[in-house]
Ligand binder design. Structure first.
Ligand SMILES: [Zn+2]
Length: 357
């Protein structure tokens, strides 16, 4: 398999002087990605990725509280709240007690916050930064939980969970009443200059099925809007469909989705290098497919991927960091500790750690 039409040149980054502490935090989650997926995408892209710019690297364990193999809900909850929970649970502990998440904590500290996904915005990974529900399939309840937040920017599909609900309530009207610009597509996004954005699309296809540069464009616009805040911002961006391709044991689509994520990462790193006050952390919630490489050629971009399962696996996933406090992310640790490190990095001031309740 060759990927020449998906090849991208990696960004040359500004030589930045990083501040001691980050003002902004961008967390990039490549769903289902382990070293096999990264290796495949890197070979396909002729031996280089934007990810190569991240020099501080760690390894992270992903198990859930009740099973060794995690799902995306328990994994995202661990990253978002620092607590291991049961598979299927979103933003609650194993006894279903709601847990404060990183986005909420940072919102309370006055940061602007945002979420970007290329799946339903009510899916497990983005939901862990918003919702507190026993079960990830409760999409309408998760959509309802957005109403209890002051999130500044969110974009994904899943429009039906907001407007075509069993309770008959049209949450898009409530969002508009709360001051959100409610958008159905990315078309009007460049014209939004102030206020909050709720991007609720009906669908978000795969990158080779018409998604185009959605992830990269929306992420750029999210940064443009969120950086207007005086107190910095937190943005989570998910490469949602890499996991799906790996479940299908489809090397070609896995590579294309991951290259799309890496292109988006290039935009993020370009901003972070220029800005100097933005910490970028790139990781995955778990590995999918037990992916490995049976043959490859970095000159031609030829890759032969192989998989050991159609399920998630229990191998550690890598964590990559760039920017101020990036050195905090080296070592081997659990996904709950990633939360602690993220929280500490963004709340650390020159005077010491800001206390959080
Ligand atoms: Zn999965």
């Amino acid at each position: 398999m060759y990927y020449n039409e998906h090849f991208h040149t990696i960004k040359t980054l500004a030589n930045s002087n990083f501040s001691h502490n980050p003002k902004n935090l961008i967390l990039m989650i490549a769903d289902g990605v382990g070293l096999g997926h990264i290796s495949a995408a890197r070979i396909a892209n002729k031996g280089k990725l934007n990810l190569d710019h991240c020099k501080y690297i760690g390894l992270m364990g992903t198990r859930a509280s009740n099973e060794f193999i995690t799902d995306s809900a328990a994994a995202a909850t661990a990253i978002a709240t620092g607590v291991k929970t049961k598979n299927g649970a979103v933003g609650v502990d194993p006894q279903y007690k709601p847990l404060p998440n990183l986005r909420e904590i940072l919102e309370q500290r006055g940061l602007k916050t945002g979420l970007v996904a290329c799946c339903s915005i009510t899916e497990a990974t983005p939901a862990a930064f918003i919702a507190h529900q026993q079960e990830r399939m409760l999409h309408e309840a998760i959509a309802g939980d957005f109403m209890d937040t002051e999130i500044d920017f969110f974009f994904g599909n899943g429009r039906e969970h907001f407007i075509d609900r069993e309770d008959g309530i049209d949450l898009s009207l409530r969002l508009a009443a709360k001051g959100y610009e409610v958008l159905e597509s990315i078309e009007d996004l460049p014209y939004v200059n102030h206020g909050k954005v709720a991007g609720l699309m009906t669908e978000c296809p795969g990158v080779d099925r018409g998604r185009g540069d959605y992830l990269e464009s929306v992420t750029k616009e999210a940064i443009r809007i969120l950086k207007k805040g005086e107190n910095g911002f937190f943005l989570m961006v998910e490469g949602s469909q890499i996991d799906w391709a790996a479940h299908d044991n489809d090397t070609a689509t896995t590579v294309k989705e991951l290259l799309d994520f890496d292109k988006c990462l290039g935009e993020v790193l370009e901003f972070a290098a220029r800005d100097g006050e933005t910490l970028v952390v790139v990781t995955s919630d778990h590995e999918t497919g037990g992916m490995t490489i049976h043959d490859g050629d970095e000159k031609s971009g030829k890759v032969e991927g192989a998989f050991t399962t159609v399920m998630h696996t229990g191998v550690m996933v890598p964590v990559f960091a760039f920017g101020p406090q990036a050195e905090q992310f080296i070592g081997i640790y659990e996904n709950t500790d990633l939360f602690q490190r993220l929280k500490k990095s963004i709340l650390q001031t020159e005077k010491g750690l800001v206390s959080v309740s």
